[in-house]
Design a binder for this molecule. Structure first.
Ligand code: AHR
Length: 356
């Protein structure tokens, strides 16, 4: 354990500190989610669940459950909510949990470095959201060789790398989210219109799969809806605004924008307003995540829809990690049950009930 404490000093990490922000008051989805239970992700329609076994988990001799979490960074309000939830949960359970937390500042090389530190520390379980889908083979093989189970959270890795490289994934169904956005888009546009798309981080599974779900649905079901342009806004509000500004300069007839997250949608809304147009009316806006800012914007009539992707994953993460430490089997994909929220469902009460 001394070795663990010494190595922690080299990381941007938090152990047992109280979390701050909105997500730290509970570990359930925001009250707003109750509004759209009927449209919750059809988890039961997914493929029969595969079971995953922990890689011959070695007993590390840690008294508590020691978890290393290599966070991507702080690109969005959603990401902050996930971080706050994990840190808050660990801080509330310091009698049984030790959390080593690293912030990779959006860089894959930093995530890899943090994972290697966690291996050296002898943590029981490693948890991380892969910033991009590819390039994990070497470090995940090192985790396997060290007998440390790996939980992917909120994003996956490229299937061609082989899914035996990690133990389980706790995440939303991003293809489903893209499809739901397309279904709502079709309704909003009455089946006809020109759409631009603001993509998330290039190579991130959340971006690749949301695009796949959205584009495929439109191509197969909406012959009169055209996706005229699609560019990355890197999941940030600033880039969402910047890219929307350039779309508005290039195309005078945009009817709607699909944004892979709410932060980019909020940036796009700023750009639309600055161009003298009315977001939500002149240009329909759909996001993904379900952060408080999106609900506020829907209440103000500026955003039309958000598809939820819950960041409140801490309880599942630590419960699953505890099972893996005990050598139990868990499902290969622990899928979040998310909802779809349209502006007509949103009241002040719903906004006030949002936790992040
Ligand atoms: O992987 C989840 C995505 O990452 C969220 O939708 C986004 O806001 C975050 O940055």
């Amino acid at each position: 354990m001394k070795k663990i404490v010494a190595l922690l000093v080299g990381l941007t990490m938090v152990m047992g500190l109280a979390a701050c922000g909105n997500a730290n008051t509970q570990t359930t989805a925001p009250a707003a989610n109750e509004a759209a239970e009927e449209t919750a992700a059809p988890a039961e329609e997914s493929e029969p669940e595969e079971q995953a076994e922990a890689p011959a988990a070695e007993n590390k001799g840690n008294e508590k459950l020691v978890v290393g979490f290599a966070q991507i960074g702080q690109e969005s309000g959603w990401r902050d909510a996930e971080t706050n939830d994990v840190q808050w949960y660990a801080a509330r359970n310091t009698d049984t949990i030790e959390l080593a937390f690293a912030d990779a500042q959006q860089k894959q090389e930093n995530q890899i470095k943090a994972i290697r530190n966690f291996i050296e520390m002898g943590v029981d379980v490693i948890v991380f959201p892969p910033v991009v889908e590819t390039g994990w083979e070497a470090v995940l093989t090192e985790c396997q060789e060290a007998g440390i189970p790996v939980i992917l959270v909120d994003r996956g890795i490229d299937a061609s790398a082989g899914d035996d490289l990690y133990t389980t994934m706790i995440a939303s169904d991003h293809v489903w989210a893209g499809e739901q956005a397309a279904i709502v888009m079709n309704d909003l546009l009455g089946g006809t219109g020109k759409v631009v798309e603001l993509e998330g981080t290039v190579g991130a599974s959340a971006a690749v799969q949301r695009k796949q779900g959205f584009d495929d649905y439109i191509a197969s079901n909406c012959p009169n809806i055209e996706i005229v342009d699609s560019q990355t806004g890197d999941f940030t509000r600033a880039m969402g605004k910047e890219v929307m500004e350039s779309f508005l300069k290039s195309y005078s007839d945009i009817d709607a924008v699909f944004c892979h997250n709410d932060d980019m949608a909020l940036g796009a809304i700023e750009a639309i307003k600055e161009a003298g147009l009315k977001p939500g009316e002149d240009i329909k806006v759909i996001g993904v995540d379900g952060v408080k800012g999106a609900f506020e914007s829907m209440l103000a009539g500026e955003m039309n829809c958000t598809v939820e992707c819950t960041p409140i994953l801490a309880q599942q993460i630590f419960d699953t990690a505890a099972k893996l430490k005990n050598g139990e089997t868990v499902d290969k994909w622990i899928m979040s049950a998310d909802g779809v929220y349209t502006a007509d469902q949103i009241t002040q009460e719903v906004v006030d009930g949002c936790q992040y």
